[in-house]
Design a protein around this ligand. Sequence first.
Ligand code: HEM
Ligand code: SF4
Ligand code: SF4
Length: 546
Amino acid sequence: MACPASSVCPWIRPGVRVQVIGIRSVAKAAFEGADNVFNRAFTPAWNPLCHLGTLGWFFYWIVIVSGIYLYIFFDTGINQAYESLEYLTNVQWYAGGVMRSLHRYASDALIIVMMLHLLREFVMDRYRGSRWFTWFTGVPLLWLVFACGISGYWMVWDVLAQYIAIASTEWLDSLGIFGQSIARNFLNNDTLSGRFFTLMVFIHIAVPLFMLLVMWIHIQRQRNARVNPPVGLAVGTLGMLLALSLARPALSQAPANLDKVPSVIDFDWFYLVAYPLLDTIPGQTLWAIAGGGSLLLLLLPWLPPGQRRATASVDLDNCNGCGRCVEDCPFSAVSLQPRTDDAAFSHEAVVSDNLCTGCGICVGACPTATPFRRTSELIPGIDLPDLGIQELREKTLSAIANLSGNARVVVFGCSHGAGLEQLQGADVAVLKLPCVAMLPPSFIDFMITRGHVNGVFLTGCADGDCHYRLGIEWTGQRLAGERDPYLRKRVPRERIAESWAGITRNKRLQQELRTFQDRLRALPPFKRTPHRSTGVRAGEAAEHHA
Ligand code: HEM
Ligand code: SF4
Ligand code: SF4
């Protein structure tokens, strides 16, 4: 059972929770450390560690395209399969050979990125609460990818295929659910059945197609899910695979001969990693381990330490059905539905509690969530119950009340980024949000043009790795005037700074804040705009363009 909306899970002893979180923080820091290295090598936009899911799709397509080419020349007869691949590798090496190598290396690369992707989503804690669905549908992909790879090696019908055929069928037999022993098919050359081979070819074609369906389901809950890596990363990866294919072409081993036991075989550790265990662990035990492991993975989203944020709620009196929250929610948790009250608008926003992660990005998108509003209560169309926009305005005003100096800064940071407490000072106030994109741009306007502070500093997760997927991107677009709600042009951009530091770059964050403050000190004093109401109500034009 998932824990209720609170920061501490009651189903688990506090000490244990601290330990689990401690291990996760170390793993998260390790990922971010690797990210920093890769960012330097590839730039943040092309960092492969931040594009593991899209790389998985990319490798899948390489496997499919190269597989179609191979299938055109592949002879599915048990005695001809080996020969047809030898032809492709040796005679048609410039096309068929390259395609075969691409097929193999892209399959290996798919395993690597899939495993890293799984680990990353787990470590970054992006699999619980309403995100369970994407995790849950990822688990069958593990089985499907392995089934594709194993059946592929089988079709080559060399000594490795012979080993796989015998080991796999003996393992299947240990289940005890098949009437006849399947392994008997591979006793010797005479018992070998061509039909079984045809079945393998069928599996090798059907499973990838089914996998495509599961991959599609896997991303259904992600709004604007990306399935293509950035062009530069795609070209670079394809280039690397091509270079590897030319330098070390994929080859068959000696042809299979069931009358002989092969003494030496080259192994593919990506797909066959579990096979050596079959020599030491009874088949049924290995089934129990594989099945139990998968079940554990499936249940992980509901296992402690669970944590779920309170979900967003809509206030109909302040919702005009503009749909910006729908556009910006990264988890497709808000929809527009026909109005249920007698207001003059056709639609209203409706939040699905099952899908909502409580990130607050919708609040940042809502035109009614503006601190300029003069009404006694600041209730936006959509809000978070555990950190309402009114509470945020009050907290911010109280946090900045005692700031002094000519470089007074308010830092808005997210709870998944670098340590914010260390930034606090005589001229720096810090406010923590679930996601920095919860901050409506009008808040920045309010803080600067009303002279509450000299500058606003935004920080959060590492660049390219927003915990709520799109928070950093939406913030950038809102500030650049490319996405509603825009930051008004009147707000001096030199008084705003961003630093996407993640959890490992505390020093860099402090340094960038100091540099920003130095910049503010060097600026001429800001001329405040006349104090006039810009109150926005649900029915008023909510545009905040300058
Ligand atoms: C062939 C294998 C896989 C492919 C191609 C793949 C691809 C993707 C893609 C494209 C996304 C969406 C990225 C985005 O736009 O935010 C995604 C998200 C996700 N994947 Fe996979 N995936 C695979 C396997 C797995 C596995 C094995 C797991 C774990 C069991 C997993 C867990 C997740 C989770 C939890 C998310 C959502 C993260 C979030 O809510 O932000 N995936 N995957
Ligand atoms: S808080 Fe808003 S943006 Fe975030 S998931 Fe819920 S509805 Fe979507
Ligand atoms: S007014 Fe706010 S809550 Fe209503 S649809 Fe627009 S953004 Fe969503």
